[in-house]
Each structure stands twice: as structure tokens, then as C-alpha cells.
Write a protein that binds this ligand. Structure first.
Ligand code: NCC
Length: 276
């Protein structure tokens, strides 16, 4: 369904999607109070130059995949939301370099978020669904979930752990490219954490292996590898434009169809490799 060649698409993503974290220079975050909370170093300074990276979706099809060792062999691993490792190492590995969480989790599940050891490993990044191409000020006044107090509370108890707020502009820059490359009209809802995480890793790494985002032969209606909850929408999407995200990743995949089928693995080049 994608209209651009994979190479051109990669260049569009590289040039039009600004992957940045909120900094003091971003309008309402310029106060001395926010200066104490926002990390001093940029994300790329914190992680350094990364070679091979893995993005681990939370899909039920990871169950019994035995992909753990392969996932851990990467220089960096990105995971999502409350996806656990304990008890699932054989299938999902145990390395966590970055954990991308949505603002709903940080707000609605605040108690667990502030308490559970799961979140204390690696670098945290939180994102919030912003209004379409809204200015930072507008979004700051009316975030989808008001996670700012919970963010501050976490920073106070874990001041040494890098914890970033994703600049909300990114989600709509990415959504525009999804829409331009789809034949159907897409509901204007932000991309899933999965797609945001993939693009974040494409900015940091030479190569990105994405696990069970494009479902393997283990495809199942079980939503997560860590829960017994069935919902077809988890894989195909309802609120998030998941199906379109998956088409885009399939289009850019540099690996084989066999790798998708047996390992649920798609391989994407990092933006550094793009020749535009
Ligand atoms: O389920 P979730 O996503 O945490 O999954 C992370 C990412 O993995 C990919 N995925 C997941 C399941 C599946 N069967 N196939 C997949 O491809 C998706 O790319 C997904 O983004 C989210 O995107 O943040 C989401 O978060 C949950 C929930 O808020 C968190 O898990 C915290 O509890 C949302 N579920 C609900 O609100 C009920 C989900 O819609 C999106």
C-alpha cells in the first residue's frame, strides 16, 4: 500500500520526524522548577552511539518464542509500558536499555509506576497523545493524561535514572507520513508506543531489529505475552493506526519474510545509514 520506495520513505522519516525530548528551551518547561526535573544530558549523549538494537513489542506471540538470547545479543533493547522480564527471560530476554511508557500508565497506574522495580532499570521515556500539531503550550495546558506531577514524583525518588518526556510534535510528524503512504483515510489518533519506539531507535542505532510487531506464525489473539487477555484489536489496532504502522514497517523491512514468519523479526536501517 505504501506509495514511496523504501529508500525514499526512510529519508522522509529521517528528515521530517523530529525525535527530540522536552528541554528547558521548550516554552512552559523553561522554569527553574522544571530545570531541576528534566535530565541535564540529551538522550543521545546518555546512550552514546548504538550499533544493533532490538525493539520488543508486547505481543502475545512472543510467548514460547525462545527469542530471549537473540534479543539480549543486541547493544540496546527497547521495551514498552509494563512489559515484564521476570519469568519471561527465555522469550523476551533480560536487557532493558530504554523503556517507553505512555502517559496513561504513568497517571492511571501511578501507584504501580512509582512502586514497581520493573521501571527502575534503564532509561525511561514517557509520551502523551497531543492534539494534532498542537504547540507545546497548548499541549502543556491540556495533556491527554496529566502525568506531570507523577513524572516529578518519580524524578524525586529516582534522581539518577534518566527519564525523558518525548516532544509531542514527533507523533504527528510521524502520523502525517503514515497517512501519506496509506490508501485509506486514517483516524487522527497518534501512533502506538510500538511505532514511536521503533522510530526513536532508528535515530539512535545503526540497525533496528523489531520483534513481533509484524506477527510471526505464533500470531494469536492473546494481547500480551504476560497476560491471559484476548483482544484482536491489540495486534490490528483500534485507537492507534496499528495496521498502517505495520504496513509501513513491512515496506521498509530489509530482512526476509522467513525471518518474519519464524522469528517475528523485521530489520530496519537506522537513519545514519539513509542515503538521501
Ligand atoms: O499494549 P501495549 O500498547 O502496552 O503494547 C506495546 C506495543 O506493542 C505492540 N503490540 C502490542 C500487542 C500486540 N498484540 N501487538 C502489538 O504489536 C504495539 O505497537 C504497542 O504499542 C501503547 O501503545 O502504549 C499501548 O498501551 C496499552 C496500555 O495503556 C499499556 O500497556 C499500559 O497498561 C494500551 N491498552 C489499553 O489502554 C487497554 C494499548 O491500546 C496501547
Amino acid at each position: 500500500t505504501a506509495k514511496l520506495s523504501p529508500e525514499k520513505l526512510l529519508c522522509q522519516l529521517r528528515d521530517r520526524v523530529n525525535v527530540t525530548m522536552i528541554q528547558g528551551s521548550d516554552g512552559p518547561f523553561g522554569t527553574s522548577e522544571w530545570q531541576q526535573y528534566l535530565p541535564g544530558k540529551s538522550l543521545s549523549e546518555t546512550v552514546g552511539h548504538l550499533g544493533r538494537c532490538a525493539v520488543v513489542s508486547s505481543a502475545g506471540s512472543l510467548k514460547s518464542s525462545h527469542l530471549g538470547q537473540e534479543i539480549d545479543s543486541h547493544d540496546a533493547v527497547l521495551r514498552f509500558n509494563g512489559a515484564p522480564i521476570k519469568g519471561f527471560q527465555d522469550d523476551v530476554g533480560q536487557k532493558t536499555t530504554i523503556r517507553l511508557v505512555n502517559s496513561q500508565l504513568v497517571t492511571v497506574e501511578e501507584k504501580q509506576f512509582l512502586r514497581e522495580a520493573l521501571y527502575n532499570t534503564g532509561i525511561l521515556i514517557v509520551w502523551d497523545p497531543a492534539p494534532y500539531h498542537a504547540e507545546i503550550h497548548e499541549w502543556y495546558r491540556k495533556p491527554d493524561y496529566n502525568f506531570f506531577e507523577s513524572y516529578k514524583a518519580y524524578r524525586r525518588t529516582h534522581p539518577e535514572q534518566p527519564f525523558y518526556i518525548l516532544n509531542p510534535k514527533m507523533q504527528w510528524q510521524l502520523w502525517d507520513i503514515l497517512q501519506e503512504n496509506s490508501l485509506e483515510h486514517i483516524q487522527p489518533n497518534p501512533p502506538s508506543s510500538g511505532m514511536l519506539g521503533i522510530v526513536i531507535m532508528m535515530t539512535l542505532c545503526d540497525e533496528v531489529d523489531v520483534y513481533e510487531f509484524l506477527p510471526s506464525k505464533r500470531q494469536t489473539d492473546i494481547c500480551h505475552y504476560y497476560q491471559k487477555f484476548h483482544d484482536h484489536a491489540c495486534t490490528m489496532g483500534a485507537y492507534h493506526p496499528l495496521l498502517f504502522e505495520k504496513n509501513l514497517v513491512k515496506h521498509m523491512n530489509q530482512g526476509t519474510d522467513e525471518d518474519i514468519y519464524t522469528h517475528g523479526k523485521a530489520t530496519l536501517p537506522g537513519f545514519r545509514k539513509a542515503r538521501c
